[in-house]
Write a protein that binds this ligand. Structure first.
Ligand code: KG4
Ligand code: ZN
Length: 357
């Protein structure tokens, strides 16, 4: 069975061809176009700009995916597409393209929840990668989500908890921005953190005492902002615009020069606080539900320190995808579709920006 996957929920435009053979799911191609460079200039994703770029990229990306996989449209058994959650303009590009292709080539259309898709990156065959078994606990850590999910079977899962405010990735991105680094800031923070002392600064681990399985990262972001502000004295605000404090204390990158160790220590302390918060609730959930297998997914799963600390502290197996399959990509969407029976008539499928797990 061969599936064409399409993903366009945020700033990436991706198409992938995956093949299932003897129970193994293999990538024939996974093309990812991104407008991250343009977004970097503005410090985040501008929805209209991302969608305009996706409109330009979607057909070339699909053509390249077919070409690279040496597959013709007639060889495809189904088309899978992300229909939510995400930015409405971005989602529409993928959904409407998939609908037209399904109708034109008479293929079944499989709508995939982007969040579920992230987890299914773990079901793709990869080097030195163990395939998950049920039951397992899922930790999704991306730019928009930080969720704990209990997987009982394919299509049978239970939401256990999630962030009450910012996501872990968002916390990385916003704190990086405070230091003058462009979006996405997670990889930059983790690179700088390698040379820093994670105990250099005391930062909060929000909600670590709460009895639920929820996370919170906005207070941590504020604490980090205060630290940056203290070191670089860049904020000089009146009462009136104090509520816009957050946007105003981005520092000039020239001020970072000569302060490399300080920056590294700030980054390491921040990274450690995020990792500790994530690990604490993950271990609590595993204990509560007596689970011995953990699957990690989403962009922040590309963080090597998070995965290595989880492997040390989690009593059981920790499975995470290779970096390119952690961040948004269409291969994970096609992978999820192999396990989803429900197809949709093209005319019935609607993008849903607020879709939940
Ligand atoms: O899953 P993803 O590509 O997009 C969403 O669905 O949100 O995740 C993007 C997020 C960004 O916040 C980015 O900063 C973060 O993943 N990220 C990382 C790393 N690589 C990407 N965060 C920490 N460490 C990394 N190595
Ligand atoms: Zn994502």
């Amino acid at each position: 069975m061969i599936i064409l996957g399409i993903e366009s929920s945020c700033d990436e435009t991706s198409a992938a061809i995956l093949k299932q053979h003897n129970g193994r799911i293999q990538i024939l191609s996974n093309i990812i176009g991104s407008s991250a460079l343009e977004q970097a200039t503005y410090g985040g994703v501008i929805p209209e700009q991302a969608a305009r770029e996706q409109l330009r990229l979607i057909i070339p990306v699909i053509e390249e995916a077919l070409h690279k996989a040496s597959v013709e449209t007639r060889d495809i058994d189904a088309i899978a597409v992300t229909y939510g959650p995400g930015l409405i303009g971005s989602l529409l590009i993928g959904v409407e393209t998939a609908k037209v292709l399904a109708l034109n080539f008479n293929k079944p259309l499989i709508p995939v929840n982007h969040l579920v898709g992230h987890f299914y990156a773990n079901w793709i065959e990869q080097e030195n990668h163990l395939l998950p078994t049920f039951p397992c606990l899922g930790l999704l850590v991306s730019g928009g989500h930080s969720d704990l999910v209990l997987f009982k079977e394919h299509g049978e899962y239970q939401y256990l908890g999630g962030t009450r405010d910012d996501a872990a990735g968002e916390c990385f991105d916003k704190c990086a921005r405070l230091l003058g680094y462009p979006y996405p800031g997670g990889p930059k923070i983790s690179k700088l953190a390698e040379k820093g002392n994670p105990k250099a600064y005391v930062l909060p681990r929000p909600m670590s005492d709460s009895k639920d399985l929820d996370f919170s990262f906005s207070g941590l972001k504020t604490a980090f902002a205060n630290l940056v502000n203290m070191h670089f004295k860049v904020s000089n605000l009146s009462e009136d615009n104090a509520k816009y404090h957050w946007q105003h204390i981005v520092i000039d990158s020239n001020k970072l020069k000569g302060n490399e160790q300080l920056i590294a220590d700030l980054c390491a302390s921040l990274e450690q606080a995020i990792i500790d918060s994530l690990i604490h609730k993950t271990l609590t959930a595993a204990k509560q539900y007596n689970i011995e297998q953990l699957i990690v997914a989403g962009g922040v799963a590309a963080n090597k320190k998070l995965i290595s600390e989880l492997k040390i502290k989690f009593k059981g197996t920790v499975i995470s995808p290779e970096t390119v399959l952690c961040t948004d990509n269409a291969a994970m969407i096609a992978a999820a579709a192999f396990f989803q029976e429900k197809t949709k008539e093209s005319s019935d499928l609607q993008a849903n920006p607020n879709l939940t797990l």
